[in-house]
Design a protein around this ligand. Structure first.
Ligand code: XBP
Ligand code: MG
Length: 226
């Protein structure tokens, strides 16, 4: 048996501009005069996880927020709701080759999984808007389910445990250095499709760097008979 393990943001779809838009909308709705433009968001993306990114922003900019833990959690919940609404409006499309690869893997009896830093709500919103049943993924491990987010390997190790498969029987798909590092530290081979905010990152550790996932048979051949 073998499996494909997908990252979400930047891999299934180009999502980070919509995340940035949702963060900024949450700031406005919360009466905060913060704005994350593209250069600032690019720098903040070094930290995976929306809540961790907010705390990093506060620390980096020396912003002291009373009850910061609670305020950040509330702010992130609002951002997540705004993001899900905008995804439901059809603002995102899957990246080239993603749906065909999912279909072909299933037809070949290759199992599917998700290993992401974002929330399950965001994954369901994206898959729902793309008309893909989340149940097609045998297991999904999302950011808050593990102690350490990417680049730590925790989400990938949790997926391998859930699949009861060795890393050698699986193939990971990522878009960022954080994600690639997490996959490699879990012992996985990893295909990288760089995204808008990650195109200039270091992918030397990747097993393959391709512009998109259109070459379905190439990826399936890497895990067939696994
Ligand atoms: C990318 C991330 C996430 C998103 C924002 O996740 O680091 O934090 O930027 O989503 P992935 P949240 O592992 O799928 O590339 O605000 O829900 O964290
Ligand atoms: Mg990603």
């Amino acid at each position: 048996m073998s499996a494909l393990i997908f990252d979400v943001d930047g891999t299934l779809a180009e999502t980070e501009e919509l995340h940035r838009e949702a963060f900024n909308a949450a700031f406005v709705d919360s009466g905060l005069d913060w704005t994350w433009d593209r250069p600032r968001y690019k720098a903040l993306l070094a930290v995976s996880g929306g809540k961790e990114r907010l705390h990093h922003f506060l620390d980096r900019d020396g912003i002291v927020l009373p009850d910061a833990q609670e305020r950040v959690a509330r702010l992130h919940a609002l951002k997540t709701a705004i993001y899900a609404d905008r995804v439901a409006e059809g603002r995102l499309v899957l990246k080239p080759g993603v749906e065909a690869l999912i279909d072909a893997a299933e037809a070949a009896g290759i199992r599917l999984a998700v290993a992401t830093t974002t929330t399950r709500a965001n994954v369901d919103a994206l898959l729902g808007s793309a008309g893909i049943d989340p149940q097609r993924f045998e297991t999904m491990v999302c950011g808050d389910a593990v102690a350490r987010k990417k680049p730590a390997p925790d989400v990938y190790l949790a997926v391998l445990r859930a699949l009861d498969l060795p890393a050698s029987a699986c193939l990971a798909f990522e878009d960022s250095w954080n994600g690639l590092t997490a996959a490699k530290e879990a012992g996985l081979r990893c295909v990288v499709t760089p995204a808008l905010y990650t195109a200039d990152e270091d992918f030397a550790a990747a097993d393959l760097v391709v512009p998109d996932l259109a070459d379905t048979q190439r990826f399936l051949s890497l895990v067939k008979g696994g």
